[in-house]
Write a new protein. Structure first.
Length: 225
């Protein structure tokens, strides 16, 4: 097991112990929340660990597993660690094994969607013809320099916490406009102004919220995680 150089070696074991404890407490109390989602950004350097990641998720009692694509569109430095096309067959094989394990243990996962994006260039905005985007209430992306974006695919900042309080930014007209547009994404052209929705990686969170808000709507029965 390799650990990031900035992290103490036993941090991983402590984290694992705590996550197992969380799963045990949920079982003991017979509750399903808080849900635990493990997210792995797939790059060339970790593609041999795709199955290990699924096994780890099972071991610690996670609820959901997400594999996500590297976002290098706005940072070409990341291109060198993006998976090479030659490696796509191997990634597919590993992920199909991971999917089989996760499904057999009842863990939600996005492997089908991940693979269709990787191999077939599947347009994720198809999902947003059926559901809304709720990210404006779920999430905020604050960069190290204080710039605030409503979503990690936004390229238009909505404020700067060095100049304005987070509360003011969160309640600002611009943020409200973003929420309104994102909520109506399924009735619009499929994009929210200032966001690269075609590369959205937040669709799983949005699908979960949509299912919670529309539990009886048959339309969404096909939206498997
Ligand atoms: S990329 Fe678009 S659809 Fe995805 S979370 Fe951001 S605003 Fe919503």
């Amino acid at each position: 097991m390799k650990t990031h150089p900035g992290i103490k070696e036993n941090t991983f074991e402590t984290l694992k112990k705590n996550l197992i404890y969380l799963a045990e407490r949920k079982t003991a109390l017979n509750i399903n929340t808080p849900e635990l989602t493990l997210v792995m950004v797939v790059i060339d350097r970790n593609m041999e660990d795709l199955m290990n990641f699924a096994e780890f998720a099972v071991e610690i009692g996670a609820d959901n597993v997400e594999y996500i694509h590297l976002r290098y569109k706005y940072n070409s430095d990341l291109l060198e660690i993006a998976p090479a096309k030659d490696h796509f067959p191997m990634i597919k094989n590993e992920l199909l094994k991971a999917k089989s394990l996760l499904n057999s243990k009842g863990l939600n996962n996005n492997i089908d969607i991940f693979l269709s994006q990787l191999l077939e260039n599947h347009n994720i905005t198809e999902i947003y013809k059926k559901i809304s985007c709720y990210v404006g209430w779920l999430y905020v992306y604050v960069q190290a320099n204080g710039t605030v974006y409503p979503c990690c695919h936004s390229y238009v900042p909505l404020g700067d916490i060095n100049k304005t309080s987070m509360e003011q930014i969160w309640n600002s007209t611009a943020y409200q406009k973003f929420r309104k547009q994102a909520l109506a994404i399924n009735r619009s052209k499929g994009f929210v102004d200032g966001c690269n929705c075609a590369e959205c990686q937040n669709y799983l969170a949005n699908m979960r919220v949509h299912k919670m808000l529309h539990p009886l709507n048959a339309l969404y029965k096909n939206l498997k995680l």
